[in-house]
Design a protein around this ligand. Structure first.
Ligand code: PMP
Length: 351
């Protein structure tokens, strides 16, 4: 049948997130979620939330959540932007700041949503190869560009750059916007927040999905100069004024208020990460040094895809990317000690 409208539809290869199997008795280590529940204050907000208030639109500006975030990071409220998960914030930032004819730069091995946004928003891009052992070399970003986006720590490798390297990158890229995607920063990396005072072209993007155990609520935010944040607000308000719902705004505020709980669960994840890394090394795996809530590993004698399938059969879900340079690697989210023990036991059996 002739359907001439078909050639008018947008053709795009979307980002594919980690599988969300619905079975109850699985060990889910495939989406870098936190194995611990959100702060008790979040549970309280949800328990006492007045459903009748949902008849009204939420605060489009998210003032209360912005205020607690501004206090936490020592910036002005006008330097905080909120979004429906950091994917939403990043997508808006790509649209708002990468408007040049020159290609934007990011690592060849990184968050696989970046090329999808470039494609969607028709942003030219160039990838910059990581070293053999997956390190970012800032000098390789010394070329004409329309912007830079760098996750720190990087995903899926888990490797992080020290703050002076990020500052070096900013000093060498003063005429474009530099986005540092800090989705995993709370698991041991220094945030670039302290650099905001000196670099007006720096945008830091963070999320509550990982270190604050709120992946299900979709809360992301950006910190930057007032000029960058005002630009993001204008672009957001040109497509959807209400990206954040009232429940997420209230729960997010409670999560930020409980600094002690936040520190506690981050430390727990870090301790488990180090323990699991050691156990994996004992099994012969090569484990990249990780400052995130996941481990990036390879085994010299066994194929990653085979290990992945074996664990899947055992109801243990990890992540395998069939991509150049990393198709013999596995990304394993750090779960609880008990979950990691089960993973190690299954791997022992396999090997
Ligand atoms: N940045 C990186 C590097 C990520 O791995 C993720 C998680 N997939 C995100 C951003 C987005 O996280 P969220 O939308 O849940 O905030």
């Amino acid at each position: 049948m002739d359907k001439p409208f078909l050639d008018k539809l947008r053709k795009i290869d979307p980002y594919v997130p980690g599988e969300q199997p619905q079975a109850k008795d699985i060990i889910k280590l495939n989406a870098n979620e936190n194995p611990y529940p959100p702060a008790p204050g979040v549970q309280e907000v949800l328990r006492t939330f007045d459903a009748s208030s949902l008849a009204l639109y939420p605060d489009a500006n998210g003032k209360r959540l912005k205020t607690v975030l501004a206090e936490r990071f020592g910036v002005k409220t006008a330097q905080v932007f909120l979004g429906n998960g950091s994917d939403d914030v990043l997508a808006l930032a790509f649209q708002s700041f990468f408007c040049s004819d020159k290609p934007i730069l990011y690592p060849d091995i990184t968050y696989s949503f970046y090329p999808v946004w470039c494609d969607l928003f028709r942003i030219p891009y160039e990838t910059v190869p990581l070293s053999e052992d997956f390190c970012v070399n800032i000098r390789n970003y010394d070329k004409p560009n329309g912007g830079v986006v760098l996750p720190n720590p990087n995903a899926p490798t888990g490797r992080a750059l020290p703050l002076d390297a990020i500052e070096d990158l900013l000093q060498r890229n003063t005429d474009c916007i530099v986005i540092i995607d800090e989705a995993y920063v709370d698991f041991g990396t220094n945030s670039a927040v302290s650099l905001l005072k000196r670099y007006e072209n720096l945008l830091i993007v963070q999320t509550m999905s990982k270190s604050r155990s709120l992946a299900g609520l979709r809360i992301g935010y950006a910190l930057g100069s007032e000029t960058l944040i005002a630009t993001l607000e204008a672009v957001k308000n040109s497509y959807n004024s209400y990206t954040m719902d009232a429940i997420a705004l209230a729960a997010g505020e409670a999560a930020v208020r409980d600094e002690m709980y936040f520190q506690q669960i981050c430390h727990k994840v870090i301790a488990t990460r180090e323990r699991a890394a050691e156990a994996l090394r004992e099994l012969g795996f090569t484990v990249s040094p990780s400052l995130s809530n996941f481990l990036f590993v390879t085994h010299p004698k066994k194929e990653a895809s085979v290990i992945f399938e074996y664990l899947r059969q055992k109801n243990i879900f990890i992540r395998y990317f069939k991509l150049p340079r990393i198709d013999n690697y596995l990304r394993i989210t750090v779960g609880t000690d008990e979950q990691m023990d089960k993973l190690i036991a299954a791997l022992k059996e396999f090997l």
